[in-house]
Design a protein around this ligand. Structure first.
Ligand code: NAD
Length: 472
């Protein structure tokens, strides 16, 4: 397998080198084909996603995987000519006056590797490709073994819309992932778990390969005293139940003012009930990806219960989930969540929502800062100075105020984590820059600058005055 991977990489790289530079028209054409690949096959992709998940809402797949991919690719198509323009940069006085010039040119890096997770299998391949292809690169993609039907279909579609010298898909599990991460790509984008991210960085070190790591974490929701509780709980419930909570940016746990806790639990229950009055046969509600994750989530709920949590299961129609093998899991609100519970130790990645009470905002901020830096942070409230305090005193990959998740869908906001939630960023122009090499180009003046500046031996008075000027 490794040989095959290396052969594909070798073929892509030599095709890349022999076709430099990569004109805007070629990039446009690749982006157009990427758009066609998903939009012309949207139905088949939604079916594949649903088969992989057991059930996945078609409308949700259309929104989160198809439309979101097309939007990102279209955005890149519209803007890439501007992004490709060299940036003129000032040069030190008096070189500019003597005719010297400095600029930054954006070159494609070459072949970019993409490793994708299972939760948004189409989106987390195509959105990176928007930046990768706009920057003029070729790409090899390894998708998750948890979504075999979608992965096979994407590989087949890529073969129809692209030459393997431009875009190649690789299928397989962890072993293939390891072999893939060991390849000497010109850049590797990994989206997945923090623990696996560590292995990726180790593997990349051997090739001194630049990496972007898009990882996970426990993204907190801080509810301020001034928050509108009905609006807050509706938005949190919507974000938490989208894709059944299997989102890297899902609100992981809530920090709420002590006196508002009951009202917040009521609001969440009401909002979840209104959106999903039934769950088992409800086409809008997505299932948990597989038995292992289902067992993990139900074990964590039991662990919380055993450690003294009050668990509120939002099951409006009183359905019997135990008797079904649908892997649908209702929203579980965990009241009195404590640090010793598994739900407060690991990223949840499912419809389970622990609630923690705080006395004052200092305490809430200290709690966030006592944990690893999260991928996202959410603040709800209408108190500008408190909002400023939360944003100034905490650090997270991104943040949304008065909603959850939304910042990821703004094409021009860089998306990425920090520390254990990731490194580097992409989306929009930032994606173009991540997958480009910013090459500095200096053009020297026709005049003998070295002599004029006293840089040429024999050194003398001009040299000394030039040194003095440099140090001013
Ligand atoms: P995962 O890390 O288990 O797997 C991701 C990919 O890596 C898969 O394709 C897998 O086959 C491959 N892989 C696994 N072990 C590997 C290894 N040792 N070397 C190389 N490749 C390997 O993650 P997952 O379970 O598919 O996805 C869930 C995680 O992804 C969550 O932690 C979530 O927060 C994170 N995530 C992050 C983002 C983001 O943009 N920051 C988006 C979605 C998911």
């Amino acid at each position: 397998m490794t040989d095959t991977l290396e052969t594909v990489l070798g073929t892509q790289r030599s095709a890349f080198m022999s076709h430099l530079p990569v004109p805007a028209a070629v990039r446009q054409d690749r982006l157009k084909r990427a758009i066609a690949m998903v939009s012309e096959n949207a139905d088949a992709l939604c079916d594949a996603l649903s088969e992989d998940f057991g059930h996945r809402s078609r409308e949700q797949s259309m929104m989160t995987d198809i439309a979101a991919s097309v939007a990102a690719l279209n955005h890149a198509r519209k803007h890439l000519s501007r992004w490709m323009k060299a940036d003129r940069r000032p040069v030190q006085f008096p070189l500019g006056l003597l005719g010297a010039r400095g600029r930054v040119e954006y070159q494609p890096k070459g072949v970019v590797g993409v490793i994708a997770p299972w939760n948004f299998p189409v989106n987390l391949v195509m959105t990176p490709l928007a930046g990768i292809l706009a920057a003029g690169n070729r790409a090899m993609v390894k998708m998750s073994e948890y979504t075999p039907v979608t992965s096979e279909l994407m590989a087949e579609l890529a073969g129809r819309y692209f030459d393997t010298e431009e875009l190649a898909f690789v299928t397989g599990g962890v072993e293939v992932g390891q072999a893939f991460a060991a390849l000497p790509f010109d850049h590797l984008l990994f989206t997945g778990a923090t623990g696996v991210g560590r292995h990726i960085l180790h593997a990349a070190a051997d090739n001194l390969m630049p990496v972007t790591l898009e990882l996970g974490g426990k993204s907190p929701v801080i509810v301020g005293q001034s928050a509108d509780i009905a609006r807050t709980t509706e938005r949190v419930a919507l974000g938490k139940m989208l894709n059944a909570g299997q989102i890297c940016l899902a609100p992981d746990y809530m920090l709420v003012p002590e006196a508002k806790e009951a009202e917040i639990v009521d609001g969440l229950t009401r909002a979840a009930t209104a959106m999903y009055p039934t769950l088992l046969a409800n086409p809008d509600y997505t299932a948990i990806i597989n038995d292992r994750h289902y067992a993990r989530l139900t074990d964590w709920i039991e662990d919380a219960r055993a450690r003294g949590a009050q668990v509120v299961e939002v099951n409006p129609a009183g359905e019997d989930f135990a008797a079904s093998n649908s892997r649908k899991l209702p929203l579980h609100i965990i009241r009195d969540a404590t640090d010793d519970m598994l739900v407060m130790q690991e990223e949840i990645f499912g419809p389970v929502l622990p609630i923690r009470r705080y006395r004052d905002m200092e305490g809430a901020i200290a709690e966030v800062n006592g944990r690893p830096r999260p991928l996202a942070l959410y603040y709800f409230g209408n108190d500008a100075s408190e909002e400023r305090q939360v944003l100034d005193r905490t650090i997270s990959g991104g943040a949304t105020v008065n909603d959850v998740i939304f910042h990821v869908s703004m094409e021009e906001l860089p998306f990425g984590g920090i520390g254990p939630s990731g490194m580097g960023a992409y989306h929009g122009r930032t994606g173009f820059e991540t997958f480009s090499h910013a090459r500095s180009v200096f053009r020297q003046s026709r005049l003998d600058v070295a002599k004029l500046a006293g840089l040429k031996p024999p050194y003398g008075r001009t040299t000394r005055s030039s040194i003095r000027r440099q140090m001013r």
